[in-house]
Design a protein around this ligand. Structure first.
Ligand SMILES: *Cc1c(COP(=O)(O)O)cnc(C)c1O
Length: 356
């Protein structure tokens, strides 16, 4: 087992920090005359009332998440998108100019951006040619100052799930935080790492409402970890990081899991058919297998395809210059109609190419 000790990986000043005490921390009741937070007592300029500050710890939402995620409320942190816990985890553990994080490219860009913003040293360990974790490479990249290893599974932009045994080996042999970003967990049969949180005190799991739940616009990300680490994140977050309209939308959305499941089922069906249609095109070299709601597709001439699609006002993500993704575009699974329009455009492009 690893000798993980939360108090040793937190920056000393974070450990001893006294958090901002908000008006709503001092009195948590709901009934009364509230003259404690300098709010407007008459209401809002909008039709709906937003004149009161929201619950800083989103207790109602966490209550609903407990049975859904099968985890206790004190192991849940909600952030302004996943971006916020990514940033807070970096700030809680990494001393600028001194500490290191490990990322596994090609992967999600925010881990590197967050580290760069805080002047943290980034050690990159490439995924293998089949987009899996190079376990020996990761273990030998660890230094005494390495605080976080970022793992994305299913991985963006490659779409695949990372090996369970590799993540387990890292958890057992690394004394820092192992963050598993499961933004795309709803699109795979592979179980979440949430169920292993009690076994590994250094495990952190990220999920989001931006993908399967269809709530990218309200900006809410989930972070699951030990109660001790969640307490630290709560201590260093901006007090009212989840807005009232976002909390209201979530409370409503969490009562409609069946709608999320229905949309996911539809996306999975469309993913399979889009995958087949793309694989049938002669300009496609490879459709990478995926466990997410997007496809990484290698083309003969990715740039020409990208430019043509833009001229047809179809926007996909150019990943052709990303490490190990030569000639690849990342294509989100759209609606049935959107996917058919995409395929029609690609067929037109193919035909033009032949005639030119
Ligand atoms: C989309 C995505 C997220 C979600 O980010 P939010 O800030 O919650 O919208 C997180 N991680 C990865 C790998 C993603 O692709």
């Amino acid at each position: 087992m690893s000798n993980f000790d939360l108090n040793k990986i937190l920056r000393p000043h974070i450990l001893s920090l006294a958090p901002y005490s908000s008006a709503r921390d001092e009195y948590t009741g709901h009934i009364g005359i509230f003259l404690d937070a300098n709010e407007n007592p008459y209401g809002s300029v909008t039709e709906a009332d937003y004149n009161r500050y929201p619950d800083p710890y989103q207790a109602n939402i966490k209550q609903k998440l407990v049975p859904i995620k099968n985890i206790s409320a004190e192991q849940i942190f909600l952030g302004n998108g996943s971006d916020e816990p990514i940033d807070l985890l970096t700030r809680a553990t990494c001393t600028p100019g001194k500490d290191h994080v490990i990322i596994l490219p090609p992967t999600y860009g925010m881990y590197e951006v967050s580290a760069s913003i805080h002047d943290i040293i980034i050690d990159k360990v490439s995924l293998t040619s089949d987009y899996l974790i190079d376990i020996q490479g990761v273990l030998s990249a660890v230094t005494p100052d390495t605080k976080i290893i970022w793992i994305c599974s299913p991985n963006n932009p490659t779409g695949n799930v990372m090996q369970h045994e590799a993540i387990q080996t890292i958890l057992e042999n690394f004394n820092g935080l192992v963050v598993v970003d499961e933004a795309y967990i709803d699109f795979t049969e592979t179980p979440s790492w949430i169920q292993h949180l009690d076994q590994y005190p250094n495990l952190v799991v990220l999920q989001t409402f931006s993908k399967a739940w269809g709530l990218a616009g309200i900006r809410v990300g989930m972070c699951f970890a030990s109660a001790g680490l969640i307490r630290i994140l709560n201590k260093i977050k901006p007090p009212y990081n989840i807005s009232l309209p976002a909390q209201q939308a979530l409370l409503q959305g969490l009562d409609s899991i069946e709608k999320k499941d229905k949309m996911v089922a539809e996306i999975l069906k469309e993913r399979a058919s889009l995958c087949n249609m793309l694989a049938d095109l002669s300009l496609v070299i490879k459709v990478h297998p995926t466990d997410a709601n997007f496809l990484l597709v290698q083309f003969e001439d990715a740039k020409a395809v990208m430019d043509y699609l833009i001229s047809e006002t179809i926007i996909v993500r150019d990943r052709s210059r990303v490490h190990l993704c030569d000639g690849c575009l990342r294509i989100t699974v759209g609606t049935k109609e959107e996917n058919e329009t995409l395929i029609e455009s690609l067929k037109k492009f193919q035909l033009n190419g032949i005639m030119a």
